[in-house]
Design a protein around this ligand. Sequence first.
Ligand SMILES: NC(=O)c1ccc[n+]([C@@H]2O[C@H](COP(=O)([O-])OP(=O)(O)OC[C@H]3O[C@@H](n4cnc5c(N)ncnc54)[C@H](O)[C@@H]3O)[C@@H](O)[C@H]2O)c1
Length: 542
Amino acid sequence: MPEDEDVGGLPTAAEPLGAAPLATGGGPRLVDHGEPHPLDVGAGDLGQAGPQLGAVVVAGDPEQLRPGGGAAREEVVEEVLVHPVTGVDEDVARPERGDGVQHLRRQRPGPHGHVRVGQEQQTGGHAPSLRPAGWSPVTDRQGPARTALLLENIHPLAVEVLEASGTSVQRRAGALTESELVEALPGVQLLGIRSTTHVTEAVLDAAPDLVAIGAFCIGTNQVDLEAAAARGIAVFNAPFSNTRSVVELVLAEVIALTRQLTVFDDALHAGVWQKSAAGSHEVRGRTLGIVGYGNIGSQLSVVAEALGMRVVFYDTAEKLAMGNAVRLSSLEEVLALADVVTLHVDGRAGNGGLFGAPQFAAMKPGAIFLNLSRGFVVDHGALRDHLVSGHLSGAAVDVFLDEPRRNGDPFDSRLRGLPNVILTPHVGGSTEEAQEDIGRFVAGKLRDFAAHGSTSLSVNMPQVVTDGGHATRLGHLHQNVPGVLASVNSILARHGVNVVGQSLTTRGQLGYVVTDVPGPVDDAAVEELRAMPETVRVRVLR
Ligand SMILES: NC(=O)c1ccc[n+]([C@@H]2O[C@H](COP(=O)([O-])OP(=O)(O)OC[C@H]3O[C@@H](n4cnc5c(N)ncnc54)[C@H](O)[C@@H]3O)[C@@H](O)[C@H]2O)c1
């Protein structure tokens, strides 16, 4: 079974599409009307300010606003007139070149000005192509009719949410293998999985209709995120839905292990009365060492303090210490102080083997160890040695390197059969409350992407937050190189398409521009957008 994937930091979402006023934010802003210049636009919004007035605000890399490099010295914000039919601005403002100071300059585009933009675009890309070999950009024309395939017993609330949006839902109880997925995915737009189904590049290549994948769990390393992004397939997960469930299990286990509950329980089940206070402790006043102070670690910190525990933590990132928790500057410091060490790190590759013999040896005698994060971060052989020797007094482990794929499958571990060791089958986040929340949350993300193009909280797409209310919406996912926005608008203008709202954001090598237009867009325009060399995917949503 795959382990949960590092969900990583989520970029700030762009403002929703809609009528002006437009979003503003950090970084230099300027008005852009399609006049070619080499600025790589990082984000932008266009809204309709009135029947014949529009405004566009663009944010880019300040270094790029000054030809020749160096910091830009003037911020530019301006409202401009937009052509009432084409949506293309009548005026242009751009940095004056040469002196390093930005000057606003208004200029009438020449008769072929917008065409020139498009032409520059044809040759302007300088980054290596994102497109997988042999793969050409896809156009999705999405009406309300969609099909979703939900695997691995996803919560029925997900079905409700999707069906309410007009999606027809097929469900299967178990995970599918690669070849089963290849067979099942043609005709499916939305795929829902949990942690057991692997979505590989080969699966994606065989799924031309797929537009989004919902990982109904925290992790996403069971999905080839880069391969999905390169094909314009958005991936969503539920980063916060089961945080509280994990925290509560950790606390239950900390108390159970500190009181040796499993030892007493085993003895009585074996018919032996064995009463003793030796080795049993209150958790009050004991020190909890948290390694990884993210969503789970920081919430655990708060609840553990409420029980009277002292909390110390170590995180590789700068983290705000909650309550009276003390941030320590190394893992070793945590190990030297903690009576209980609990791991809540993410699944980045560098965490493989994070905890082995040296780390167990550095723990206090009699200390307790818990891992409810990822199986591959801990050497279970070393943990067993330190339990058997009595150096550690107990452990709880919920995640394993090789987890069985299906319920009922055999399980083995070097930790089986040890006293005061709690083994659970990756159920830290598995509560009915968490599953319900995950079902609602991820299904909502799939619905919003399918219907409105919103990539809010996607783990592999630039973030554009959109809502409904559009007549026609174009979602254009492209390689993040200078001038793509101008090319898109140039094509729309030449086909007489008026832009009433537009939002662009970028993330790494990808840019995503969502454009609202008042009516249908002709096939020739869509085909031109699809044929742009930078295009990854075009979606037409009605
Ligand atoms: N057992 C379960 O059922 C279950 C359920 C939910 C989450 N999880 C797992 O729990 C872990 C934590 O989840 P989260 O939502 O809090 O993640 P998160 O991304 O919010 O937090 C992870 C934190 O670990 C820190 N970190 C990463 N590597 C580190 C290292 N080597 N040393 C110290 N700090 C490090 C990161 O900076 C981050 O602050 C994840 O691995 C997740 O997959 C397991």
